[in-house]
Design a protein around this ligand. Structure first.
Ligand SMILES: Cc1ncc(COP(=O)(O)O)c(C=O)c1O
Length: 605
């Protein structure tokens, strides 16, 4: 979906001017006295909400801003599912009242009616452990199988194409794949730099089996070398980025020719060693959507990144599927991983590994447990696994009640429609980005620095995530931790730090390996209060707001107003009635920790 506004001079973004000033004034008046700095000027972790500091969200009136936003939409159905969202948020999400939830990439939020539907189902039906022929067991088995059907249907595929292996989440699915993938000492695990930590962990299994690994940037996979960029050598000198895709494309053409003559089916003639290429459909740091046609290229290539063999593709779909359609009828990665709470909010502790039929037989099961074997000998190491791949890889008792509970989530998504969710989320993302770009200090300097591809105005490359840092009038950064703390006090649910995505985070922030090793090895977590160094010029993470199926215009507008109130012209400092400064700290070897907000002492220029 391309942005309509980019080509329309009349519709350039304009700042909204329709705000109620009284509540904002109240916010300022309600702010507490600054607390004393502790422990070398770094604040203690934020643990409690002080009711006196809360911004009364219910008093904010965004009517005019909303009209302006709606007028920008190409048709009335783009935002809010034709009025359904307002009804849902009024009547079906009591737990979201007077909260601004902007962490949908962290987790979706469930509707009250989903909880009711789950409770009703559990009260009505007697579900028992599977693997038996008693009535409660068979009912469970039937319902679980129906949910498997529903999952593949949602991704436009069938159970004859993909096996649905239930896990406790995306990470557990990645872990399972890492342990069963047929690594050898000639294998390579190649992944996009912007991969989540849970994907990066797979490399340990590859290394453990004697293989190697390679991290590629997006342009390297695309074979487009930006000027002055260095190709990743992956430990080899012969690499030349454009050759990855060129080699893949040549191999794809050869494979197409071979398959028309009945040759070349990977499953029937594996070209070992096996290698794995992994990338996120959407990354969880900046929300970039990556090119799904890489799947086909890589699968058909026999030489990727200088490595010959049988390349299989893992698509980490965890951050993509909650608001984008994944069509496995069109793209068929060998493996797909996801967590269901990211789509529906409930249940937690449930995800899956989808395995394409062409790759199920290459997996090598090592550990096994109850449920996955037909028979195991005790005196001899003899085990017979179940033939059904789902059962074979699902050790122990399934999380059967949670699996059945997924019906409530799918019902909700059926009602909203995944394509409508995409449009809805995109409209909000674009509006928020444009409003953020309009925020300026009175000296004309920007208030935020946004990471990602928002500027392209294209929903096929940018998802519903805005990752950014706040800037002071002099261009130095406000620590993300400070912003998050103040936001949390005002009931904004946002995230900060590197979001478990070091590749994307370090790349956007321009952190060198030397800087990472200097600064990060002393941190306790990637989102802790050590948030900005070198006199406020170098942030060690960012703030992430992310939108989902039930995000409203009011949620995003409240965030924009929050930034305006507290950060334009150092509004935060003015509002808190304190001064701001840069404090010496021995932590970074002679550099500076910049401590902003309510903690410290030097005057803002
Ligand atoms: C892109 C991506 N992959 C994997 C994961 C891991 O998911 P989980 O923590 O649910 O296992 C996440 C979690 O945020 C994610 O965003």
């Amino acid at each position: 979906m391309k942005s309509r506004r980019r080509d329309d001079g009349e519709r350039r973004p304009r700042a909204t001017t329709c705000l109620v000033s009284l509540p904002l004034l109240l916010i300022v008046l309600h702010l507490p006295a600054p607390t004393a700095a502790v422990d070398g000027g770094i604040s203690p972790p934020f643990t409690t909400l002080d009711a006196a500091t809360l911004w009364d969200l219910s008093q904010l009136d965004f009517t005019a801003a909303r009209q302006e936003f709606l007028a920008l939409q190409p048709d009335p159905d783009v935002y809010g599912y034709d009025g359904l969202l307002d009804k849902i948020r009024d009547e079906d999400t009591p737990h979201m009242k007077n909260q601004v939830y902007l962490d949908w990439t962290g987790s979706a939020v469930y509707r009250a009616s989903m909880v009711d539907a789950v409770a009703e189902d559990l009260k009505k039906n007697l579900y028992g452990n599977t693997h038996s022929i008693n009535p409660s067991s068979m009912l469970t088995e039937k319902k679980v199988d129906e949910v498997r059907e529903r999952i593949v249907d949602f991704f436009n595929t069938t159970l004859s194409e993909y096996s649905v292996i239930f896990t406790s989440g995306a990470t557990a699915a990645l872990h399972l794949l890492s342990e069963t993938f047929p690594w050898s000492n000639r294998s390579r695990f190649t992944y996009l730099e912007q991969s989540h930590n849970s994907v990066l962990g797979i490399r340990e299994l590859c290394l453990h089996n004697g293989g190697d690994f390679c991290a590629l940037r997006e342009w390297e996979v695309n074979g487009e070398r930006p000027e002055s960029s260095q190709c990743n050598s992956c430990g080899r000198t012969e690499l030349n980025a454009p050759s990855y895709i060129a080699a893949a494309a040549t191999a794809a053409a050869a494979a197409a020719a071979a398959s028309s003559s009945g040759e070349g089916d990977k499953a029937s003639s594996p070209r070992e060693p096996y290698h794995l290429f992994a990338f996120p459909a959407q990354d969880n740091f900046a929300g970039i959507k990556y090119n799904l046609s890489w799947i086909d290229y890589i699968q058909k290539a026999d030489n990727v990144c200088g490595k010959r063999g049988d390349w299989r593709v893992l698509l980490d779909a965890a951050a993509f599927v909650p608001s984008s359609r994944l069509d496995l009828g069109k793209f068929s990665p060998d493996f797909v991983t996801l967590s269901f709470y990211k789509l529906f909010g409930i249940p937690t502790g449930l995800g899956c590994l989808l395995v394409h039929k062409r790759s199920i037989d290459i997996l090598r099961k090592v550990y096994w447990g109850g449920g996955s074997v037909v028979v195991a000998m005790t005196q001899q190491p003899i085990t017979v696994f179940k033939g059904n791949p789902c059962a074979k890889y699902e050790d122990g008792t399934l999380n059967f009640l949670s699996i059945i509970n997924l019906n409530a989530g799918f019902d909700s998504f059926d009602e909203l429609g995944i394509d409508r969710i995409t449009r809805h989320v995109w409209a909000l993302t674009q509006w928020t980005y444009e409003q953020l770009m309009l925020l300026k200090h009175s000296n004309g300097h920007p208030v935020v620095r946004v990471y990602g591809k928002h500027g392209q105005g294209d929903s096929s490359v940018q998802g519903g995530v805005i990752s950014f840092n706040v800037l002071r009038p002099d261009g130095r950064y406000v620590g993300y931790h400070q912003v998050q703390k103040l936001a949390a006090k005002n009931r904004f649910h946002v995230r900060s730090g590197c979001q478990c995505n070091p590749g994307a985070c370090f790349d956007y922030l321009g952190l060198s390996y030397e800087q990472v090793s200097t600064f990060f090895l002393n941190k306790e977590s990637c989102g802790d209060e050590k948030d900005v160094v070198n006199g406020g010029t170098l942030p060690l993470g960012a703030i992430r707001i992310s939108f989902g199926s039930l995000t409203t215009f009011e949620d995003v507008q409240a965030w924009i107003e929050f930034l305006k109130t507290f950060y334009v012209d150092s509004g935060e400092m003015a509002a808190w009635g304190v001064e701001v400064g840069v404090q010496e700290n021995s932590f970074n070897g002679g550099g500076h920790w910049a401590i902003f907000g309510d903690q410290t002492g030097a005057r803002v220029a």
